[in-house]
Design a protein. Sequence first.
Length: 44
Amino acid sequence: MFGISDPYIWIGYLLSFLFTAACIAYGILNWRNGQEPEEGSDGS
């Protein structure tokens, strides 16, 4: 398929796409974590 006959190359491509999707999902799920200011802090 696509002229790539080595399965290790396909595994590398597959893993890179899976890790990219996992990083995007992690970023979306944790988008707003840690954004709330602490109570009692005046910003200084």
